[in-house]
Write a protein that binds this ligand. Structure first.
Ligand code: HEC
Ligand code: HEC
Ligand code: HEC
Ligand code: HEC
Length: 158
């Protein structure tokens, strides 16, 4: 079997896994899976304000998009174009992430229980695109996350 096919099969299998679960998965296993490629994000998440949330609570873009992006990520990795332990992602989706913040923090329950917070934040969001505009350290401790770029590189043998 040629190298191409081996890569293709690995990509397909991993792609089905990356980007989240289909019903009945164990959430903790899913976090562990993300961490296999995003070790520094785990450390910075452990020390962030949201260690009790799962990766996908903030990072889901919807199941279908997650799967498609998962395919792309595995492809980029196996073709040596992105090493997630060192390289910044070529794309981010801050608006999607912010939508996920909103789903937890700007609910009708919050509106009822914390009307001042809700009104203040609704007002602020008229001038800002994302929650991260002000809460840039939510989710990850920025200093720990930045260690990623200093980590030793593992070059791929050809
Ligand atoms: C097989 C390795 C691998 C696994 C497993 C993996 N990722 Fe990624 N991830 C990558 C790569 C490579 C990139 C960079 C993609 C790019 O440059 O566009 C990335 C980018 C990201 C980004 C930034 C861009 C984006 O797509 O939103 C986030 C957030 C992310 N991953 C979260 C996760 C989460 C959450 C999981 C677990 C459900 C996960 N990753 C599992 C390899 C992986
Ligand atoms: C409370 C929400 C939250 C949780 C939980 C969370 N993240 Fe993030 N993550 C963010 C935010 C906010 C960013 C900044 C980029 C953005 O705004 O989209 C980010 C960025 C990232 C990036 C891109 C890094 C870069 O260079 O910008 C990756 C990869 C990532 N997270 C992976 C993970 C993984 C893996 C987990 C679980 C171990 C996780 N995140 C848990 C909110 C979260
Ligand atoms: C799955 C639900 C969930 C998601 C998604 C989520 N949070 Fe939270 N967040 C919580 C909970 C629970 C707390 C702790 C109780 C509280 O303060 O509401 C919290 C706490 C906070 C705090 C107060 C932290 C402190 O200790 O002072 C801020 C600020 C915050 N979140 C912002 C964000 C932002 C920004 C995002 C998106 C990047 C986000 N959250 C995503 C559930 C969530
Ligand atoms: C213009 C800046 C700004 C934007 C944008 C913003 N916030 Fe805040 N947020 C603040 C400030 C200031 C506080 C109060 C000081 C603090 O606790 O950090 C705060 C406090 C919070 C708290 C803690 C409230 C408490 O009772 O402890 C949460 C949770 C929160 N914001 C979530 C969000 C979410 C979710 C979004 C996006 C919908 C968002 N914020 C957008 C500035 C902002």
């Amino acid at each position: 079997m040629g190298r191409f096919w081996i890569i293709t099969i690995v990509v397909v299998v991993l792609a089905l896994l990356v980007g989240g679960g289909v019903g009945g998965h164990h959430v903790s296993k899913q976090n562990a899976f993300c961490i296999t490629c995003h070790a520094y994000e785990k450390v910075s998440w452990d020390h962030g304000d949201h260690f009790f949330n799962d990766c996908l609570d903030c990072h889901t873009k919807g199941l279908v998009t997650d799967k498609l992006h998962g395919v792309r990520k595995v492809y980029l990795m196996f073709t040596g174009q992105n090493n997630p332990h060192n390289d910044p992602p070529s794309r981010l989706y801050p608006e999607k992430t912010s939508d996920n913040c909103t789903d937890c923090h700007m609910t009708s329950e919050v509106e009822a229980n914390e009307p001042e917070f809700f009104a203040q934040h609704t007002g602020m969001m008229e001038n800002f695109d994302t929650c991260q505009a002000c809460h840039d350290d939510s989710g990850h401790d920025p200093e720990l996350q930045a260690l990623r770029f200093e980590a030793p590189r593992f070059t791929q043998e050809e």
